[in-house]
Design a protein around this ligand. Structure first.
Ligand code: IVH
Length: 677
């Protein structure tokens, strides 16, 4: 290829990246959209004539064409911590006082205060000046590879600015940031979804979190995601302050939120929090607080972390946003276990990122205590991800004719007479065949946190129950026998039914504890289900268990035990379990290598550990390896992939050399699997 063509392509890539930077990072476009598109077209043309010109960091490669089926799990080099929340000025001063005490200093501590952006956190890996990986937070130590989706964000540099390759400390580093969606963009997206009959997102954060996990990068590229970054982490970077870190990020071409402020002491930090809170309504995106960070990096190191949060930073949460609206009516919702929950139907109002038309009223006691009535004007509030709630009634606006709220005598769904157990605040519908309970059980079973059957949501369940395709949970697994009829149902169509049936099939591979949780046994939440699955390992053993044995399982109290016993004593539940077993669901927890996809780098890699590691216990190292899909074996053989060598190793080291097994010291091991918390 002619040198001239290579140069031309290089120049175009640079020019396009520069315009992306000006437009998306600085918000100061230098050319028109049309001129920009022409540059991209020119590069695309060159690349299609000379495919050798295509590099992963080319601006034309932001949007991949392939679907990402099984995404990889990968370790974060440095754990992704969370922040402790504080809510009052006193707590902020207390944070400063403790930091001084730990540092043994009485002088003022400098802080940087930033907005806490309400989105989804991401970890970006840059190597040799280029973006190589983007991971979701995951559990803080291991994240999911979302590179293909994050690359579509034009506010993120694929290649660093002002990087010559000589800066040793920049050869390899991680950048932490928050991906988010602006409120106006979020509303527009939801309007489009409503028109297309698709499920709406609850708020911009959910829309963001849902989008970055999609399999199709082309869809992600069409969603209005943006990013702010707030930290660069590298072993070799020798910066003294967090403030310099932010400046460096800006120099490298990253988008840093403008709110950051250097404060000389905690008083200034407090004033900055107040200012940022006062200014938040003018922002185009959601923030849920301010982050107060110790500026000095040596101080940060000295303060260290407790559990999963740093001692050098806190999140100062802003007050929940409140607004007033009118209660149009109070309805009673029947849950999957028959509990009735009062719901306030509201005149829709927009608050903190979403339109609110309903708020939970918890129970009758709550209604009486706050004296909430139909027709009242009320204050409602929403904090973080909690369901909106009614805070108080504006009594001055109450109509003279208003009456206290009465509770229903009969189930609003099936008409059964409600019962009200002594010592309980709730009313129950006693009819387990009540349509609302049936729908509730099915919805819970298929939900993301349970069997995660994509596509089987509220609307479809409603439709299938009404048309008689679904009644019991096990009916989900015979839906495929009605495939042709389902396809003919108005507005469903072949593609969506096929996707649904595939999702149902896929759900069969869920582990036992998920299935157990999905059954919806009263008081058996996800955590309890996990404990039970670990302890009993098999549904038949659980069914056979006496109350005493159930009580002996850690954290399982008598209430849960008797609920479990009552559940399994009902024949229809046992028949359902038999049917689900026959459909192929997991009712035992055999230890599989893991749920990690087979194309994962670690999949089935065999590790042998010898000697003492300084930053992990054996169990921690083993757990980490297994979580990534690898296995730990006790004896060395040719089939061993790695020997991990700690302090005072045994004879295994010599043997590994003999067998030519790759040997990792602790640093090498950490490079491979990430640092411990
Ligand atoms: S600092 C150890 N700064 O908040 C430092 N986090 O609970 C931990 N977040 O999901 C994070 N804006 O992604 C930091 N300016 C900011 C932030 C921020 C949003 C998110 C972060 C994480 C959560 C921490």
């Amino acid at each position: 290829m002619h040198q001239e063509i290579i140069n031309k392509a290089e120049q175009l890539k640079k020019e396009i990246a520069e315009h992306e930077y000006k437009y998306y990072v600085l918000a100061e476009p230098a050319i028109s959209d049309y001129e920009f598109d022409m540059l991209v077209k020119e590069l695309e043309k060159l690349e299609s004539e000379y495919p050798a010109l295509i590099t992963p960091d080319s601006p034309t490669r932001r949007i991949g064409k392939d679907l990402i089926k099984d995404s990889k799990q990968l370790p974060h080099r440095y754990p992704m911590l969370s922040l402790s929340n504080i809510y009052t000025r006193e707590e902020l001063y207390e944070f400063d006082r403790r930091a001084k005490e730990l540092l043994g200093s009485s002088g003022d501590i400098e802080y940087v205060v930033e907005y806490k952006i309400d989105g989804a956190s991401v970890n970006l890996l840059y190597e040799a000046g280029k973006l190589t990986y983007a991971l979701s937070r995951g559990d803080g130590t291991i994240g999911e590879d979302i590179t293909h989706n994050i690359k579509t964000l034009r506010s993120l540099p694929l290649k660093l600015r002002n990087y010559t390759g000589k800066e040793d400390f920049l050869k390899s580093f991680e950048v932490r940031g928050e991906v988010y969606m602006e409120i106006a963009d979020f509303r527009k997206l939801n309007e489009e979804r409503e028109e297309a009959g698709e499920k709406l997102f609850a708020n911009p954060r959910n829309a963001t979190a849902g989008t970055i996990k999609l399999q199709n990068p082309a869809v992600v590229a069409g969603r209005p995601l943006k990013i702010f970054v707030y930290s660069l982490l590298s072993d070799t970077l020798k910066l003294q302050t967090h403030y310099e870190n932010l400046i460096l990020l800006k120099e490298l071409g990253f988008r840093v939120n403008r709110g950051y402020t250097l404060c000389r002491n905690i008083q200034e930090a407090m004033e900055t929090c107040d200012r940022l809170e006062a200014e938040r309504d003018a922002l185009a995106y959601e923030v849920d607080g301010a982050v107060v960070k110790v500026n000095s990096i040596p101080f940060q190191k000295e303060l260290g972390n407790i559990a999963k949060a740093p001692r050098w930073a806190v999140a100062y949460k802003f007050k929940a946003k409140q607004t007033t609206t009118k209660i149009l009516g109070i309805t009673w919702q029947v849950g999957r276990t028959g509990t009735l929950t009062p719901v306030a139907e509201l005149d829709p109002v927009f608050l903190a990122g979403s339109t609110i038309s309903r708020a939970t009223l918890h129970n009758l006691d709550e209604i009486r205590r706050k004296d909430i009535r139909t027709g009242d004007t009320v204050f409602i509030e929403k904090g973080g991800d909690v369901i909106p709630k009614v805070v108080s009634v504006v009594l001055s606006e109450r109509a003279d004719t208003s009456l206290p709220e009465a509770h229903p005598a009969n189930c609003p769904e099936c008409g059964s007479r409600l019962y009200h157990p002594e010592n309980e605040v709730s009313f129950y519908c006693p009819n387990s065949e009540c349509p609302a309970q049936i729908r509730g059980r099915l919805e819970h079973f298929a939900s993301r946190v349970a069997m995660d059957i994509e596509g089987l949501g509220e609307a479809l369940i409603d439709l299938f129950v009404t048309r008689g395709y679904l009644e019991h949970i096990q009916d989900i697994y015979s839906l495929q026998t009605h495939r042709d009829e389902l396809i003919r149902i108005d507005r469903l169509g072949k593609k969506s039914i096929e996707n649904l049936l595939a999702a149902i099939e896929k759900s069969k591979s869920n582990p036992f504890h998920k299935v157990l949780f999905a059954l919806g046994i009263r008081l058996v939440g996800a955590g309890v289900a996990k404990k039970l699955a670990e302890h009993f390992g098999d549904i038949d053993k659980l069914i056979a268990a006496e109350e005493e044995e159930l009580n002996s399982v850690f954290e399982i109290g008598p209430g849960i035990s008797s609920s479990i016993i009552r559940y399994f004593s009902e024949e229809k539940n046992r028949l359902m379990i038999e049917a689900l077993k026959a459909a192929g669901l997991n009712f035992t927890s055999v230890k599989k290598t893991s749920d990690v996809p087979a194309d994962n780098f670690f999949y089935n890699k065999a590790f042998v550990l010898t000697g003492t590691l300084s930053s992990f216990t054996r169990e921690e190292a083993k757990a980490r390896i297994e979580k990534l899909g690898g296995k730990v074996v006790s004896s060395l053989s040719k089939k061993t992939d790695y020997l991990v060598v700690g302090e005072s190793p045994g004879s295994k080291l010599a043997k590994a050399k003999e067998l030519k097994v790759e040997i990792l010291d602790e640093d090498g091991f950490i490079k491979l699997i990430g640092k411990p918390l």
